[in-house]
Design a protein around this ligand. Structure first.
Ligand SMILES: Cc1ncc(C[n+]2csc(CCOP(=O)(O)OP(=O)(O)O)c2C)c(N)n1
Ligand code: SF4
Ligand SMILES: [Mg+2]
Length: 298
């Protein structure tokens, strides 16, 4: 879990009431899949009894990236594609906090793809929830890295000609230690997956199939309802990386949801020399070992 509550209390003071909705109401279109994702995050965090001041939700830019405004935790609405480096910085400064990054498929797998890969490779202890609607929603309907071949969008009037990126197999290949897929049509399953991700020590990735009801008329709630099945009811073994890769290749008549893979490995915070001694926020400032460094050069 991203920091014990005792450590968090030391780091940020007396815990405030449990996390819940904020006073800001979502501005998403009626029926947008992202309503289910914010509800799932709220359910997961409440189940884990995390208080508002021990959770930070960080996002980039996009419809989905407005999410931090709608919950009563700390939040950071960043810039397009940069949710993960900001979240990583927060974790390193104070890994007594539970850090959740959120955003869209364009934000995370397009402009932010480099950060996506490298944050997973480092196994930073945080949870990343993408609202994958396979379109750029905020900018009114251009193709995204997960748009399906042939899909006509504002930026691809004759159909997408690029292969879609698969976030699940990319996460497995990049070293994420918890890899899952949820669907906005099943809030309870998504809450379970997010709660599992927050409790997991290491980088947890939850790709939420979260339909854009306004600009993606292909990957709709009905499209997914006809295709999704649960990995746990199909005998999938989430400790088996090869099986996880095999399942990740399924995208067609059947689309798996649930936990693809989970493994325990040391986190970046465990291995890094300074971070392993505690959150930076609680450490003395200044350069340590200054004399020995100067001696080396004088
Ligand atoms: C550097 C930069 N490039 C482009 C944009 C324009 N822009 C804003 S949101 C967005 C894509 C949003 O798509 P996604 O991340 O999938 O989020 P959604 O709106 O679908 O939830 C783009 C291209 C920007 N704000 N900043
Ligand atoms: S444009 Fe699409 S992603 Fe954006 S709020 Fe509306 S339905 Fe949701
Ligand atoms: Mg999108």
């Amino acid at each position: 879990m991203s920091g014990s509550s005792a450590q968090a209390a030391t780091a940020v003071g007396t815990p405030l009431p449990m996390l819940g909705k904020s006073d800001t109401k979502p501005t998403w279109c009626p029926g947008c899949g992202d309503y289910s994702v914010v509800a799932a995050i709220e359910m997961a965090v409440k189940r884990l009894k995390l208080s508002s001041n021990n959770v930070v939700i960080v996002s980039g830019i996009g419809c989905s990236s407005n999410l931090p405004h709608f919950l009563s935790s700390y939040g950071f609405h960043g810039i397009h594609g940069r949710a993960l480096p900001i979240a990583e910085g927060i974790r390193w400064a104070n890994h007594g906090l539970t850090v959740i990054a959120t955003g869209g498929d364009g934000d995370g797998f397009g402009i932010g793809a480099g950060h996506f890969v490298h944050t997973m490779r480092r196994n930073v202890d945080m949870t990343y929830v993408t609202m994958d609607n396979q379109i750029y929603g905020l900018t009114t309907g251009q193709a995204s890295p997960t748009s399906m071949m042939g899909q006509k969008t504002k930026s691809t009037p004759t159909g997408v000609i690029e292969n879609p990126l698969d976030p699940i197999s990319l996460a497995l290949a990049s070293g994420a230690t918890y890899v899952a897929r949820g669907f906005s049509g099943d809030v309870k399953q998504m809450a379970d997956l997010i709660a599992g991700g927050i409790q997991h020590k290491g980088f947890a990735f939850v790709d939420a199939l979260s339909p854009c009801v306004t600009y993606n008329k292909i990957n709709t709630f009905d499209f997914f309802r006809q295709r999704v099945y649960k990995l746990e009811s199909a005998g999938h073994d989430p400790t088996n990386l090869v099986q996880a890769f095999q399942r990740s290749l399924e995208w067609g008549e059947k689309i798996p949801t649930g936990l693809f893979y989970k493994v325990d490995k040391p986190t970046y915070e465990d291995l890094e020399e300074v971070l392993s001694t505690g959150p930076l926020a609680l450490q003395p400032t200044g350069l340590r070992g200054r004399e020995s460094i100067l001696d080396e050069f004088i």
